[in-house]
Design a protein around this ligand. Structure first.
Ligand code: NDP
Ligand code: KPL
Length: 307
């Protein structure tokens, strides 16, 4: 299977490198100093699971990567349109590992619906310096599946490649629900860790921030249900129990983006929950407050002089 990974950052760099190191045919699409470093030295992943160095080729555009069986999309959400516009009619299957529940609609606006696979990943990783990705903690799981729920030769083959590469992967027959379940959890921990500016250990230990986390997730769950997704009653309680198993110093990627002064995916996370809630008639006051409080940081560093 020829795999083109678009965006060689925390997510694309980690999973792409694991696949490449295991001998799979991977090409990275990257840009700027990161691209130059990968072209010169390969892409290094530093992980508690070991250090992995890929010598897979890296190019500047999807077209430069040549034909692919699978395109993995792993850029921040604001870059998706750009990347998909490059994709054209390649005939490749496309799997977005991005966060959020709107990502696959963006993909479908550019490629035939049947070429889009659903998926979600659980990992905490980021670019440490050009050419180097750091993976925090041991979590590195991937779930994907056909939207019609049927097993396919393609998902079987991709699963075999992932398992062979040491990735904790599985195929789901209910990928829309899986994506929403990730969204409930992700919005909860991105909202709280970013707004409180503390990792999850602090959030879960304090009664009030723990309650905030529960409320944020409960609102997302209510919006998902109003959108017709089969999310179970006890899912929030179950996710809180999962949160209690996470390393205390773990935080969401949006927290790290905020700390670095980078642009935030807020409009697709708590902001997206508010918009969807408005459309579906579901109140989302906790998410609205988070989206409002973090709004000045949405595009990166705050310009104080611009009042
Ligand atoms: N990081 C994490 O732990 C997790 C992230 N996610 C999700 O995965 C997605 C990717 O996040 P993450 O890996 O953190 O992002 P990163 O910023 O670490 O990596 C994205 C990379 O893609 C590059 N890029 C963007 N557009 C293009 C383009 N047109 N051509 C080539 N390269 C491009 C970026 O370059 P540049 O820096 O120049 O913009 C950057 O190097 C997000 O939706 C995020 O929410 C999901 C689970 C965990
Ligand atoms: C919550 C987490 C770490 C799980 O993968 C994530 O997706 C993110 O921070 O973007």
């Amino acid at each position: 299977m020829r795999i083109v990974v678009v965006g060689a950052g925390g997510v694309g760099g980690y999973f792409g490198t694991r696949l490449a190191v295991a001998g799979h045919d991977v090409t990275f699409v990257a840009r700027g100093r990161h691209l130059a470093a990968i072209q010169e030295h390969g892409l290094v992943v530093r992980s508690p699971l070991g250090e992995f160095r890929s010598t897979a080729p890296a190019v500047q555009t999807v077209a430069d990567a040549g034909p692919a069986d699978l395109v993995l999309v792993a850029v921040k959400l604001w870059d998706t349109e750009d990347v998909m516009a490059q994709l054209g009619a390649t005939g490749a299957r496309v799997l977005s590992l991005q966060n959020g529940v709107a990502k696959d609609d963006v993909l479908r606006a550019h490629v035939p619906a049947e070429s889009v696979l659903g998926g979600a990943c659980y990992i905490s990783a980021g670019i440490q310096e050009p050419g180097v990705v750091t993976h925090f903690g041991g979590l590195q799981s991937l779930v994907f599946g056909e939207f019609d729920g049927r097993p396919s030769a393609f998902t079987d083959e991709l699963l075999a490649a992932c398992v062979d590469a040491g990735i904790d992967a599985r195929v789901s027959a209910a990928i829309t629900r899986v994506t929403w379940e990730k969204f409930v959890f992700l919005v909860g921990i991105s909202a709280t860790t970013a707004a409180v500016r503390q990792p999850i250990g602090v959030i879960r230990a304090n009664t009030r921030t723990r309650e905030l986390l529960r409320d944020v997730m409960t609102e997302v769950l209510a919006v998902g249900r109003a959108a017709g997704v089969d999310l179970s009653d006890d899912f929030v309680t179950e996710r809180l129990a999962f949160v209690d198993t996470l390393p205390a110093d773990m935080a969401a990627s949006m927290y790290h983006d905020l700390e670095r002064g980078s642009r935030l995916e807020l409009p697709w996370l708590s902001g997206g929950v508010v918009s969807l809630g408005e459309r579906l008639g579901v109140p989302t006051p906790r998410n609205r407050t988070i989206a409002d409080v973090l709004a000045p940081y949405e595009l990166g560093p705050v310009q104080r002089s611009g009042a």
